[in-house]
Design a binder for this molecule. Structure first.
Ligand code: C2E
Ligand code: CA
Ligand code: CA
Ligand code: CA
Length: 276
């Protein structure tokens, strides 16, 4: 029951019923998405502004839902996480991205790395490390060309187990980046223990650059922190020239965002290697 005002309660909310019916339908559709081949992967380039060249791509899920069109992750990843579907989906995109990475290498783009987002649930799967190892072997992608993007919130839980998994992944040779850096609830202390390669500055800090002094201060702090810990620092969600200039002026050269490129179909990546 929803409390309205004073002592009034509303026991029946038709909107609520619609919403839950909608989500049952969504859930049913989502169950079928994988087996019906409705998922695809798009790849957003990451550029090194110093070399004016793409150094990697981030694999992002898309769902072509029948009769509904293309669904973005925010519309189905939460449900996929709730239902556990994120596990087979996550494994699917990992394999797909590694296969595609290998194909790019075969086409001569052997410097290109491929990043895949790992959900907390996937991370806590007992066989994650074994799965990653098998996929690397099956696809023949060199391990250093695979990067796994983890969020900070995942790192605060269960520190010892998390540390072991990250070390096991590093032992395979894959790279680790901290996604949405600065937005989590964790302290910075973990950075000295965790073998992390890259910090990705969250888009929310990049959005109002260069005018918002707080965002500018946070961005600079992350850049300085990353540099002193000898980590790569990448800015995500860069849309404007002024943001790019601010970042490069302050020592951040790894750039991802619409300013250079939106996520692309795999076959279009090869045409966008250099910044024009
Ligand atoms: P994320 O990992 O932070 O990915 C970056 C998101 O920002 C992507 O949205 C990307 O398209 C968008 N983006 C990049 N540059 C710009 C920009 O300049 N402007 C704006 N407005 N947006 C930009 P997308 O593809 O909708 O993905 C949203 C989130 O869904 C991702 O955020 C990630 O957390 C999650 N996600 C996507 N694919 C997967 C996946 O395969 N597995 C898991 N576990 N999560 C995924
Ligand atoms: Ca990401
Ligand atoms: Ca991100
Ligand atoms: Ca983000």
């Amino acid at each position: 029951a929803k409390k309205l005002s004073g002592n009034q309660f509303q026991l029946y909310d038709p909107n609520l019923e619609d919403r839950s019916l909608g989500s049952v339908e969504l859930e049913n559709d989502l169950y079928k998405a994988l087996q019906n081949d409705e998922l695809t992967v798009v790849y957003q380039p990451k550029y090194d502004a110093m070399k004016s060249r793409m150094f990697g791509v981030e694999a992002l899920l898309r769902w072509h839902r029948p009769q509904k069109g293309i669904m973005k992750p925010k519309d189905f990843i939460p449900l996929a996480e709730e239902t556990g579907l994120i596990i087979p989906m996550g494994e699917w995109i990992l394999k797909k991205a590694c296969e595609q990475g290998k194909e790019w290498h075969n086409q001569g783009l052997d410097h290109l790395s491929v990043s895949v987002n790992l959900s907390p649930q996937q991370f806590n799967q007992e066989d994650l490390v074994a799965n990653v190892k098998t996929i690397l072997e099956e696809t023949d992608l060199p391990a250093p060309c695979l990067e796994l993007e983890l969020t900070e919130n995942l790192i605060i839980h269960n520190t010892e187990k998390t540390l072991r998994i990250i070390h096991d992944l590093k032992d395979l040779g894959v790279k680790i980046s901290i996604d949405d850096f600065g937005t989590g609830y964790s302290s910075l202390g973990y950075l000295k223990d965790f073998p992390v390669d890259t910090l990705k500055i969250d888009k929310t800090f990049i959005d109002e650059l260069p005018d918002n002094p707080n965002n500018a201060a946070i961005t600079n702090t992350i850049i300085t922190l990353g540099n002193s810990l000898k980590l790569n620092v990448l800015a995500e969600g860069v849309e404007k020239k002024e943001q790019l200039d601010y970042l490069t002026d302050n020592g951040c050269y790894l750039i991802q965002g619409y300013y250079f490129s939106r996520p692309l179909k795999a076959e279009d990546v090869i045409h966008q290697i250099y910044i024009r």
